[in-house]
Design a protein around this ligand. Structure first.
Ligand code: HEM
Length: 208
C-alpha cells in the first residue's frame, strides 16, 4: 500500500481493537483472582501480596476466575477466528524468523529498535504477539485440566496430569505477565502507538 508521510491510515481493524481491550480486562481479572486461588494452596515457597489479589477468599476468587474465563475464551475465539480467516495474522504477524527476532531484540537493548511505520510490526513484536497468543491457548487448555481432571483426562495425560497442568498453568501465567510488563513498557517508549489501539488510525511519519 503506497502512502505519504502525514497521511492518516487505518492500522487496527475495529474487531482487533475491541477484542484487544476485552482481552486485557479479562486477563487482569484472571491473573488477580488466580493469584488468590494460588495463595490458598501455593506451589512454591511464596504467596502473592493479598492487596494484589481479587476475590477476598478462595470461593470468591474462583467465582471471579470462572466469570472472566468465559469472557476470555469467547473473546479469544472471536479474535483467533478473525485473525485466521481474514488473513490478519498472516499479514501482520508473519513471517517471523529467529534471526530477525534476535537482531530486533539486540536493537531494542541498544535503544535502536525501529517502529516508525506503525502499519507494520517489527520481528520482536510479531514473535511477542504470537507468543502471547500461544500462552493464552496454553492457559485455557491447562486450566481445563485443572478444573475437570477426570473429563479432560486425555488432555491431562499430555501435560503430566493434574500436577503437571498446575505447574504449566503457573509458568504460562508468569510468562504472560512478563509479556504484559514488557508490552506496556514498549508502548510507553513509543507512546503514539497507544491511541491507535482506540482509534485504529495512525499518521504516517515516513514516505514509502
Ligand atoms: C493484558 C494483556 C494484553 C495482551 C495479551 C495484549 C496483546 C496484544 C496483542 C496480541 C497485540 C497485537 C494485536 C494485533 O494486531 O492482532 C497488541 C497490540 C497492542 N497493545 Fe496489547 N495486550 C495487552 C495489554 C495491553 C495494555 C495494558 C496496553 C496499554 C498500555 C496495550 C497496548 C497495545 C497497543 C498500543 C498495541 C498496538 C501496538 C502497535 O501498533 O505498535 N496492550 N497487544
Amino acid at each position: 500500500m503506497a502512502a505519504d508521510a502525514g497521511q492518516t491510515v487505518k492500522i487496527h481493524p475495529l474487531i482487533v481493537r475491541i477484542t484487544h481491550w476485552v482481552n486485557a480486562f479479562a486477563i487482569l481479572i484472571m491473573v488477580a483472582s488466580g493469584w488468590r486461588i494460588y495463595n490458598a494452596s501455593p506451589l512454591f515457597e511464596f504467596k502473592f501480596p493479598t492487596a494484589w489479589t481479587l476475590g477476598g477468599w478462595l470461593a470468591g476468587a474462583l467465582q471471579w476466575h470462572f466469570a472472566a474465563l468465559w469472557l476470555l475464551a469467547v473473546n479469544g475465539l472471536v479474535y483467533l477466528t478473525y485473525g485466521i480467516l481474514s488473513g490478519h495474522f498472516r499479514r501482520k504477524l508473519l513471517p517471523v524468523s529467529p534471526g530477525a527476532v534476535l537482531s530486533d531484540i539486540g536493537a531494542a537493548l541498544r535503544g535502536k529498535l525501529a517502529h516508525e511505520d506503525l502499519r507494520f510490526y517489527n520481528a520482536a513484536q510479531r514473535a511477542a504477539y504470537l507468543g502471547a497468543i500461544v500462552l493464552g491457548i496454553l492457559l485455557i487448555l491447562t486450566g481445563l485440566v485443572i478444573w475437570k481432571p477426570v473429563q479432560f483426562h486425555s488432555l491431562g495425560a499430555l501435560m503430566g496430569d493434574y500436577e503437571g497442568a498446575r505447574y504449566l498453568h503457573f509458568f504460562a501465567m508468569a510468562a504472560l505477565v512478563a509479556f504484559v510488563i514488557v508490552h506496556v513498557v514498549m508502548v510507553a517508549l513509543v507512546p503514539r502507538t497507544f491511541p491507535t489501539m482506540f482509534t485504529g488510525r495512525a499518521q504516517l511519519k515516513i514516505r514509502d
